[in-house]
Design a protein around this ligand. Structure first.
Ligand code: NDP
Length: 294
């Protein structure tokens, strides 16, 4: 399909650049290091952690995968985070969300050294994004969305971007990123959520619609104007008896009916997902560069 934004091939392009940067850092004696911490045995989290660890190994990073039992206490986890904060071989730390319920996720994020917070969730990095300070870390999914738009040569400056969803992981940071007075920004951004009135009217006014609500096939053809660019962040399970797992992954956008109207559209899977991991690797390399000032 001519209007498909292929996240896998754009991620490959990112990796080509990253490999060059990693080689350069290594020639200066610095191997970027990423620690991924999984607490408990949530199957989706386990899959995410495995892919992140696999990719960082493939790129030749120093990769630490910590798998802690579901019974891990808050103070045990804080102690492990502190060890990683102090480990000079580790430049990036990620604690996979969601943790078991005895863990206060906010407190864990605040305990991270913000210079190693490659997920961009520490309050200092949130503030830096809001302030437009490029020394901070931007969350990986929003960064991936922006990169997809840039690589697909879609004009962001002056465009009306409608973001569906206002989470701290996707909706809010992607809105902040695309409205920044900077390259890859300068959009006019509207953020809509579950309390928004006249949702269809709002989404139909979008030049670029970013769906991040976690509702399978929520965005229909009527939500979209002809020629809009559609970025589907959603990852939802839909029952599918023809699939051996009994389900398949679908986005927040009803792809089949929306795609014919769209100027460009991301598929699920194979759109935003691969970019999220690519941006995690990119943030880790950035952290290593900043630590070593290389
Ligand atoms: P959250 O559940 O944290 O946030 C969902 C947001 O959508 C909320 O702001 C909510 O509004 C809004 N919302 C829910 N229902 C509606 C509705 N009917 N109409 C309008 N707005 C609605 O989800 P996340 O942001 O964490 O994730 C969103 C989706 O993106 C999920 O499918 C998730 O799996 C996926 N995801 C994909 C990633 C990737 O790499 N591709 C990475 C991260 C997430 P309110 O605030 O009012 O409750």
């Amino acid at each position: 399909m001519g209007n498909l934004i292929d996240g896998r091939s754009i991620a490959e392009k990112v990796y080509v650049d990253l490999r060059r940067e990693i080689a350069d850092l290594k020639s200066k004696g610095v191997t970027p290091g990423l620690a991924v911490v999984l607490v408990g045995d949530n199957p989706a989290s386990r899959t995410y952690v495995r892919s992140k660890d696999k990719m960082s190994r493939e790129l030749g990073l120093h990769s630490v995968k910590l798998e802690l039992p579901a019974s891990t206490t808050q103070s045990e986890l804080l102690a492990r985070v502190e060890e990683l904060n102090c480990d000079p071989k580790v430049h990036g730390i990620l604690v996979q969300s969601p943790p078991p319920k005895q863990i206060d996720e906010g407190a864990i994020v605040r305990a991270l050294d913000p210079r190693k917070d490659v997920d961009g969730f520490h309050p200092l990095n949130v503030a830096k994004l809001a302030m437009g300070d490029p020394t901070g870390f931007v969350p990986c999914t929003p960064l991936g969305v922006q990169r997809l738009l840039i690589e697909s040569k879609i004009d962001i400056a002056g465009a009306h971007v409608v973001v569906l969803g206002r989470s701290m992981i996707v909706g809010k940071p992607v809105a902040l990123l695309l409205m920044q007075k900077a390259k890859g920004g300068d959009a006019t951004v509207t953020v809509a959520h579950s309390r928004s009135k006249n949702l269809e009217e709002i989404t139909r006014s979008a030049d670029i619609l970013i769906a991040a609500i976690g509702r399978a096939h929520f965005v229909k053809a009527d939500h979209v104007r002809d020629g809009a660019v559609i970025i589907d962040v959603g990852i939802n399970r839909m029952d599918d008896k023809t699939n051996e797992r009994g389900y398949r992954l679908v986005g927040d956008v009803a792809f089949d009916e929306v795609a014919p109207k769209a100027k460009a559209i991301t598929p699920v899977p194979g759109g935003v997902g691969p970019m999220t991991i690519a941006m995690l690797m990119s943030n880790t390399v950035k952290a290593a560069r900043m630590f070593s000032s290389a």
